[in-house]
Design a protein around this ligand. Structure first.
Ligand code: PAF
Length: 283
């Protein structure tokens, strides 16, 4: 496995590969790999001649009071794991190389950033969209793979890719979970043992909503009210930041479940903010 830290070096390496007719896959990450990241890498590996993984804790997607400093990091372990799953190039730039002094250009998809995580994190998706656009330009991938846990992020990335005619296939892959249903996240290490015990309630609640829909309930406000009651009972250490039922592509709120609907939640624990979602539709 090759490790590259310089943007111009990765760009010329990937250009040469593309000119030689190679299909490249990119898995963008912020490191501290767990099985969710590795599943994306294995899936991408099978669909390309070479697999690139970027490891960059992108400062522009953290707000001023967010957990950039506390974001877990272990680049040596990450490099070992990446090599084991067959990554060809690990791209690990420094923040100054990606966002030099005077950086002034942003990529945004504001219509997808009016609700959900964007309410509490108003500049987050602009940071994500900008870094992902830069990574696409630097690594020239044929395909790029993202986890569906970050559904809003995936919707934004799909939209900027389409709107800017970026020649990349964007793929979303299902959330990988612990045996008790908790979605894997690098931030789970920041949960206390008591919080870790309660956090699987997030996913159980989403399954409960899916069951209610199967039983015929279609009123989003009733579904979300029932979800809120469960969270208050089963997850007293987590403060629910939002619960929403939205159109899966456009992300606007839906009042009635008549087609596919995404139910998404965010909950704050003392040192970790967790998100999860479920795609449901009436049978
Ligand atoms: O999902 C993440 O890890 C990040 O938001 C991403 C897509 C790598 C951009 O920094």
């Amino acid at each position: 496995m090759k490790t590259i830290t310089q943007p111009d070096e990765i760009q010329s390496w990937t250009m040469r590969q593309r000119c030689a007719g190679k299909r490249l896959a990119l898995v963008p990450t912020m490191g501290f790999f767990h099985e969710g990241h590795l599943a994306l890498m294995r899936w991408a590996r099978e669909r390309a001649d070479a697999l690139l993984v970027s490891l960059f804790v992108n400062p522009t997607q953290f707000g001023p009071r967010e957990d950039l400093k506390r974001y877990p990091r272990d680049p040596e372990r990450d490099a070992r794991l990446a090599e084991e799953v067959g990554v060809d190039v690990l791209f690990m730039p420094e923040a100054e190389a990606m966002f030099p002094d005077g950086h002034a250009t942003w990529v945004e998809a504001p219509t997808l950033c009016r609700g959900l995580c964007a309410v509490q994190r108003p500049t987050h998706f602009r940071g994500v969209a900008t870094v992902v656009a830069k990574l696409f330009v630097l690594t020239n991938p044929s395909l790029a793979v993202f986890g569906e846990k970050d559904w809003q992020q995936l919707a934004v990335i799909r939209r900027i890719t389409r709107d800017l005619n970026l020649p990349v296939e964007v793929h979303g892959r299902p959330t990988v979970r612990e045996a008790d249903g908790l979605a894997l996240s690098s931030r789970n290490v920041n949960l206390s043992p008591e919080e870790r015990g309660q956090a699987p309630a997030i996913h159980r609640g989403l399954l409960h909503v899916a069951r209610l829909v199967e039983e015929g309930e279609t009123d989003s406000s009733l579904l979300l009210a029932s979800l809120g009651k469960r969270y208050a009972r089963e997850m007293p250490l987590g403060r629910v930041e939002y619960m929403a039922a939205v159109d899966p592509d456009q992300l606007y709120p839906v009042e009635e479940v008549s087609g596919p609907v995404l139910v998404a939640v965010a909950a704050r624990f003392a040192n970790a903010r967790l998100i999860d979602n479920i795609l449901i539709s009436r049978k």
